[in-house]
Design a protein around this ligand. Structure first.
Ligand code: SAH
Length: 354
């Protein structure tokens, strides 16, 4: 059996330096190779022209470079949003979205193939988790977008695609190291947002990492019974614990946590829902108003949920002392396929279970 090759695109520069030193290479070699991959975006050793053929062959014997490949593209006819289906080296696929704002280009990347959090409104939930993505597979989604629009590279990243980033904690931390490496992609983590359904111990762990990223918590209801019905994770980590963790995140990092709220008609958009949200969030951050991003739920077949009126609910929240923005629905025509591009592609392969 062929020995498994090491995923070199997932290695930080210090890790690569140590690995190459063990092969007898000089220290500058690691930097050269790191730059080939993360700056020049050359993903085969033969293309690294300042490295001898002999050492290229040695590298090839030990390491693999497996960035995701774009399999399908769906461009919005309403704005510049593009949705991608990316194929991974084992044939799995995930979705990536490129969104253009006035201040830059944001990549919405997936962190897992599928998800095991089971949210009732989500297109990925019924399919379950296949596996977590490697750091290279997450970073590679950003690189694929850079390559597709070389004139307008990605300036910000949101970990809001398929998967639960805190359920893939170590690889996500490694992704953040790679993304912010000065010798590599050199992106400030101030331009990165991590979205979670609320894995409390991991939120506390993240607070201790000392990273300047924005944490966004998917709330969707501020009353335990209701939230548990929408998000099973709430049974393990109920609201009190989740909100305490958010307060701690603010205390430790000085950064206010933001909240996502998918407005579902008749389920979480009443005056009582706004009032419970107000009670839950107002005490959270001293001297700062909490901020909620509202989005009308994308109706997913089989869930029975319909989009609520986000602007109406926004008014209800303002009365409760909560700042709320209705997320600009970029690519409204293709956004409706959130998580469903992968679902449909699985259907095509006969892999659809539901
Ligand atoms: N697992 C993470 C990140 C991926 S989901 C999280 O839960 O935050 C990204 C966002 O999309 C989350 O806020 C999630 O609740 C939301 N979402 C999932 N399905 C949706 C749908 N059908 N309509 C609107 N938002 C949805």
């Amino acid at each position: 059996m062929e020995q498994q090759k090491t995923d070199i695109l997932s290695m930080t520069l210090p890790e690569l330096t140590a690995a190459l030193r063990a092969m007898g290479a000089p220290a500058f070699r690691a930097k050269q190779i790191f730059r080939w991959m993360h700056v020049q975006r050359v993903f085969d050793f033969a293309g690294m022209t300042d490295i001898s053929k002999q050492f290229q062959a040695e590298l090839d014997g030990r390491f693999c470079i497996n960035p995701p490949k774009i399999a399908q593209k769906l461009a919005s006819s309403l704005d510049d949003t593009v949705k991608y289906l990316c194929t991974l080296h084992d044939g799995s696929c995930v979705e990536t979205v490129r969104m253009v704002y006035r201040h830059g280009v944001t990549a919405c990347i997936s962190t897992q193939v599928g998800c095991r959090m089971g949210c009732a409104f989500c297109a990925s939930a019924p399919l379950g988790l296949v596996r977590s993505l490697t750091p290279a597979e997450m970073l590679g989604q950003i690189y694929a977008l850079d390559a597709d629009f070389p004139e307008q590279p990605v300036t910000g990243v949101v970990l809001m695609g398929i998967g639960e980033p805190l359920d893939n904690y170590d690889n996500v931390m490694q992704l953040l190291r790679l993304l912010s490496a000065p010798e590599g992609r050199n992106m400030s983590l101030r331009h990165v947002t991590l979205s979670t359904c609320g894995l409390v111990p991991r939120i506390r762990q993240l607070a201790g990492e000392g990273l300047p990223l924005t944490l966004s918590v998917s709330l969707h209801a501020a009353e335990d019974g209701k939230r548990s019905a929408l998000m099973p994770v709430n049974r393990a980590y109920p609201l009190r614990e989740l909100l305490d963790a958010c307060a701690e995140y603010f205390r430790v990092t000085g950064r206010r946590v933001t909240f996502e709220y998918a407005v579902i008609a008749g389920k979480n958009d009443t005056d009582a829902d706004a009032a419970s949200l107000g009670r839950a969030l107002r005490p959270l951050f001293p001297q700062q108003r909490p901020h909620v991003n509202l989005i009308p739920v994308n109706p997913v077949q089989g869930t029975g949920f319909a989009a609520g009126h986000a602007a109406e609910f926004q008014k209800k929240l303002e009365k409760q002392g909560i700042n709320a923005t209705v997320r600009r629905t970029l690519g409204a025509d293709i956004e409706a396929a959130c998580g469903q591009l992968r679902r449909n592609s699985l259907k095509g392969q006969g892999g659809e279970q539901h």
